[in-house]
Design a protein around this ligand. Structure first.
Ligand SMILES: Cc1cc2nc3c(=O)[nH]c(=O)nc-3n(C[C@H](O)[C@H](O)[C@H](O)COP(=O)(O)OP(=O)(O)OC[C@H]3O[C@@H](n4cnc5c(N)ncnc54)[C@H](O)[C@@H]3O)c2cc1C
Length: 332
């Protein structure tokens, strides 16, 4: 049996190789334990991976060994996984878009869909014109909004933000992440970080459930970076950005088709882990729509997904309250 989570990583690896996409793909990832009790969870993860026949190196690290992965005193241990890694996601998307176009796919940018007429033939409307199709895939994730209230009610948009430092010297970069791994901690609002190919530290994190972006992402994220790497106090922040991730109640991807419109498929809610999972979702949708294979798609389609209570306006504040409770529990 091929595990779909691993297949998702393989799809990305194959695409990058097959279409020679220059996206700085680099292998090696480490989960960081914030507290000694997190190490127990990581040990269980490592055991589960081994029991599933995971073929890549997985290794648990104690606090005293963490210097080989990260130049920070903050962590109680970690778990290295050489079958995961990091890449430049925009360059991956651009490379895949170019490859798709070469294969005959037509892409239209700056064409927001404002209305959908459902039926055996679907019509989608934009400000510039309409498109008719036998089959429609809704893949707007946390940005679906009112386009399909039934589906958007199952996804909560949460803001995540990244800062990029100025380019660091080779010695400085190597002292922060000596093995050039991507790393991520275990808290509810995770810190995630890696080096770019031009030796900037990319420091991401937060999970804003309010639906409002911070006014100054740099000012908001910099203290978080300095808590991990106080040695970067004099380093400039060159770039800052963010976006909405889509979170479902059970944190599983939502892949299926509308009960009352069988020619309308959807894929959404990757809970901030969509890079690989979107590739798998695309494959499952293609298998189902082309009639090649239905079983794998059906496996996801039958998972029930809760609609968040509170309607459009109360959904995010209610979740913000719930997440605050989880963050308070982390302090205990
Ligand atoms: C700061 C940040 C860091 C992240 N880091 C990671 C990470 O390290 N690893 C990881 O796996 N994932 C990460 N994610 C999550 C990942 O980006 C998402 O899971 C992934 O992008 C989801 O892909 P998607 O295609 O479903 O949705 P999106 O990438 O959100 O794309 C949705 C698309 O729909 C379009 N759209 C929306 N409404 C309409 C409309 N009405 N008409 C036409 N088009 C429309 C949008 O323009 C957009 O292009 C991160 C996300 C953020 C914001």
């Amino acid at each position: 049996m091929k595990l779909m989570g691993l297949e998702a990583v393989e799809i990305v690896r194959e695409r990058v190789e097959r279409f020679r996409i220059p996206c700085d793909l680099s292998w090696g990832y480490c989960d960081l334990a914030n507290k000694p009790r997190d190490l127990q969870g990581l040990a269980e993860d490592a055991e589960e991976l081994r029991s599933l026949g995971y073929r890549h190196a997985v290794r648990l690290l104690q606090a005293s060994e963490m210097g080989s992965v990260i130049g920070s005193e903050r962590y109680a241990g970690g778990m290295i996984d050489m079958g995961s890694g990091h890449l430049h996601p925009l360059n991956l998307a651009l490379g895949e878009a170019a490859a798709a176009q070469q294969l005959g796919v037509k892409l239209f940018e700056q064409s927001e869909v404002t209305r959908i007429d459902y039926g055996t033939e679907v019509s989608v409307h934009t400000a510039q014109g309409n498109v008719r199709a036998k089959t429609l895939v809704l893949a707007c994730n946390a940005y679906l909004n009112g386009l399909n209230p039934h589906l958007s009610g199952k996804v909560l948009p949460a803001g995540s933000y990244i800062i990029a430092t100025e380019p660091l010297s080779e010695a400085q970069a190597a002292s922060l992440l000596p093995q050039n791994m991507a790393v991520c901690d275990q808290r509810v609002a995770v810190d995630y970080l890696r080096l770019s190919a031009d030796r900037r530290l990319l420091f991401g994190g937060a999970c804003h459930y309010s639906g409002r972006d911070p006014q100054d992402i740099g000012a908001y994220m910099r203290p978080k970076m300095l808590r991990v790497f106080p040695q970067l106090a004099e380093v400039k922040i060159d770039y800052q950005w963010g976006g909405m991730i889509g979170i479902g109640a059970n944190r599983l991807p939502q892949i299926g088709r509308l009960a009352d419109q069988p020619n309308v498929y959807y894929a959404q809610a990757y809970a901030g882990h969509g890079l690989n999972a979107t590739h798998l979702a695309g494959k499952l949708l293609a298998e189902a729509i082309s009639g090649q294979q239905q079983g794998r798609f059906d496996l996801f389609a039958q998972v029930p997904h809760m609609t968040f209570p509170g309607g459009k306006h109360l959904r995010s504040p209610l979740l913000a309250l719930g997440m605050l409770w989880h963050r308070l529990k982390e302090l205990m």
